[in-house]
Structures are given as structure tokens and as C-alpha cells.
Ligand binder design. Sequence first.
Ligand SMILES: Nc1ncnc2c1ncn2[C@@H]1O[C@H](COP(=O)(O)OP(=O)(O)OP(=O)(O)O)[C@@H](O)[C@H]1O
Ligand SMILES: O=c1ccn([C@@H]2O[C@H](COP(=O)(O)O)[C@@H](O)[C@H]2O)c(=O)[nH]1
Length: 236
Amino acid sequence: MPAYKRILLKLSGEALMGEDSYGINRGTIVRMVREVQEITNLGCQVAVVIGGGNIFRGVAGGSVGMDRATADYMGMLATVMNSLALADTMRQEGMTARVMSAISIEQVVEPYVRPKALQYLEEGKIVVFAAGTGNPFFTTDTAAALRGAEVGAEVVLKATKVDGVYSADPNKDPTATRYSTIAFDEAIARNLQVMDATAFALCRDQKLPIRVFSINKPGALKRVVLGEDEGTLVHV
Ligand SMILES: Nc1ncnc2c1ncn2[C@@H]1O[C@H](COP(=O)(O)OP(=O)(O)OP(=O)(O)O)[C@@H](O)[C@H]1O
Ligand SMILES: O=c1ccn([C@@H]2O[C@H](COP(=O)(O)O)[C@@H](O)[C@H]2O)c(=O)[nH]1
């Protein structure tokens, strides 16, 4: 039995690269999709937000000198590409997914309409929310918090390259230690960069817990959905 009826899964865009230096690694996306399939088979309703860090980030090196809002729109378009790749891989694996975009590109994907998204979830379809919040100066972590709250998800699951929230960035500080649980207020006060403060604050205000865990650990997503201890729980 899954511990949650409905979840918002935030998938790392950067992790899609696998061992490559850019873009979407085929084996990696198939593996991610199969992990999602395992939890839908448990009867869990799944909404997904995927990042764009494998292609473009508004604040990254490739955008130096650019107008920030323009660069951020490019980042949002990168998430649309990842969302399309994800939904198509789901189709190939026999799953039914719908992509909904926060920015208007109706020849490519349908627009985000909340009641329609809720209908798809009730029908057992996977809904992939593309283009983040639709606004520059935000991130897909904040989009995950926003959409998670909108669709009434019971938890935001951040599947990323690290296996939880640490006292400092574990990729920079080898002495960093992992929390098994941490309160939103403490994560914000300590300025822990695993998610942006806007996402933490929104989830805190909506009493929507977040679990951070590794996308690269086989079976971790299923363990989380079954309510087992995995990664870090960020709570009110
Ligand atoms: N205190 C911390 N605990 C854990 N990770 C941290 C911490 N501070 C910084 N990080 C970094 O945050 C990263 C995860 O967040 P980030 O938003 O960069 O990636 P992502 O969500 O996986 O990628 P994308 O934005 O492409 O979806 C980790 O890879 C880690 O290096
Ligand atoms: O609501 C949003 C979401 C994203 N962006 C831009 O897209 C990139 C990629 O998203 P990540 O969360 O970093 O993976 C981000 O760097 C922003 O430039 C946005 O502007 N608004």
C-alpha cells in the first residue's frame, strides 16, 4: 500500500544527463521512467515537474550578459523539452502521460488548466507540468511546490543527485552531515541550498512536506512512496 494517494515528483533536470556532459541520456531517462512506473503500479497518482539544468539555466554561464528574464524564459523552454522527452519515454514504456505548460505554446503542448490536471490525475494519467511557474526569477523547485499545493499532493518528492539535505553542500564540503528530518524554518535559517527559499517557504505555509532523496539510488522512489525511511524529510 502506498503511503500517499497523490504526490508531486520533482525530477532533477541535471540528473537526466547521466554520464554525459549535456542533454538527455537515453538509459537514464528510461531508468527514471521505470521507477515512476513502479509507483503508479502501486496506485499512487503522480504529477511531475522536471528541471532544465541539463540544457539551460537562466543564471548559468551560457547566459552571461543576457537579459535575466530572457535567459529564464530559455530555461523554462528547456523544461518543456525535458517534459516532452519524459512523456514520450513514458508512452514508449506503456504509460499514459499528459504535458501541461505554464507558458502558451499550444501547438506543442496543452496549457496548464488546473481542473483538467486534476481530472487527468483522477484518471490515473501522469501529469507533467512544463515551463516551471511560467515566470522568470523562479525555479522548477518553486514550480513543484506551487503545483503540488494546487493539485492537493500530500508530499513533494525531490529526486535529485544527492541523497538528502546536508548541513552544507556535500559536493563542496566533505564534512557535511545529512539530516534525516529538518524543519522548514531551520532549512531556511541555515540557507541550505538544496532547494530555493521560495520553494521551502511556500511548502511551509501550505503545510506540504518535502522529501529529498537520490534519483540515482535504485528503488529509492518506491521506498519513499511506501513510507520507508529514505533521504531527508523537510517538515513544518
Ligand atoms: N545543504 C545541501 N544539502 C544537499 N544538497 C545541497 C545543499 N546545498 C547545496 N546542495 C546542492 O543542491 C543540488 C540539488 O539541487 P539543484 O536544484 O541544483 O539540482 P536539481 O534540482 O537536481 O537540478 P535541476 O535544477 O536541473 O532540476 C545538489 O546536487 C547539491 O550539490
Ligand atoms: O518558474 C520557473 C522555472 C524555471 N525557470 C528558469 O528555467 C531554468 C531551469 O530550471 P531549474 O529549476 O534551474 O532546473 C531556471 O534556471 C530558470 O532560468 C524560470 O525562470 N521560472
